[in-house]
Design a binder for this molecule. Sequence first.
Ligand code: AMP
Ligand code: MG
Length: 390
Amino acid sequence: ATVDDAVAAFAMPAFDNSAMDGYAVRADDIAGASAAEPVRLPVVDDIPAGRTGLVTLAPGTTARIMTGAPLPDGADAVVPVELTDGDFSVDHVPDSTVGFSSGVEAGKHIRREGSDIARGDVALPAGTVLGAAQIGLLSALGLANVAVARRLRVVVLSTGSELVEPGKPLQHGQIYESNGAMLTAALTEAGALARHIHFVPDDVADFLERLDEASADADLIITSGGVSAGAYEVVKDALGGRSTEHGGPVEFVKVAMQPGMPQGCGHHLDPAGRRVPIITLPGNPVSSLVSFEVFIRPPLRAAMGLSPDRPRVAATLGSDIRSPEGKRQFMRGVVDESLLPGVDGRLVVEPIGPPGSHHLRYLAGANALIDIPATTTALPAGSVVNVVVL
Ligand code: AMP
Ligand code: MG
């Protein structure tokens, strides 16, 4: 995304030019022309695109002119070659005279100076994501260099001895690894450059080795799993309690939310001595992605100069809900997108799926997160709630 407004240092087009291949005329000169009585004018000049140093078109004359070529002073219209008896296909030499079988309105087939962008106009406001058309516009304005907030490089490192790469055979007790692909996709969708490092078993030495590898060219590391209260919490075991000179501290906390209670963040010291920010997400797939939406996506986009793009709207609950006391809950929900943008309170959101953090199926079916305050324990259908539209 651009950091500054891109301002046009000159008008676009920068000069009046022809919109057609044809003849530049003074409209008055061919005012009476008709098929029965064509007006014939001497062709005094030949103006291809890129021509400089033009002379004024004298009254009673015409100049052959190509699309994009500068209009000579004095001319006030262009007549397309098809409406004349001129023939451009024969050779490069213009005929000495040309006949016009109709008149032309003054101003016709001319692209006026500044008709696209006036000098001093903001062509692209700061924060514009540079896609093909925007890069084209910057080039057209002669802006060879612009300051941009670059896409951040984020590495995803999943942990868990039970995890098997999708596509490989699975033994009883093992599960397919899903957070890596999911978070990588979420990061890409948020505008970052994501890389997924293959998951590691719950072994501290192995994990730290992969972490060093991961941090080499990363702006941010995201891990999943190994941060809750179990006996084999590899991320916590490896990073918890580290001193600052080892890149720490990484702080592990419990956040009063559901899903996504165990969280951690801090720094990792890469082999080159760089402090790389690290965020440690919980392993349950729903917790992982909801935590990403709540904690990572908004600041990550801001750091890349991108504006928030998940609208928050008021919606009416379609069913009764319950919510745990003392925890802010992000429930999966479905809003009828055909109703967007909703009028406050009129958009209906239907909660879907049970609250358990392993129900990825319902997250995949949701298009909204219903944000239920920590103090709320139950709400009847018809209540107005705050919804994040995904
Ligand atoms: P953990 O946070 O490591 O204790 O994991 C919590 C739950 O999430 C366990 O059921 C894990 O098997 C599961 N889990 C952890 N990481 C992943 C992952 N990358 N893909 C799929 N499930 C995971
Ligand atoms: Mg685990």
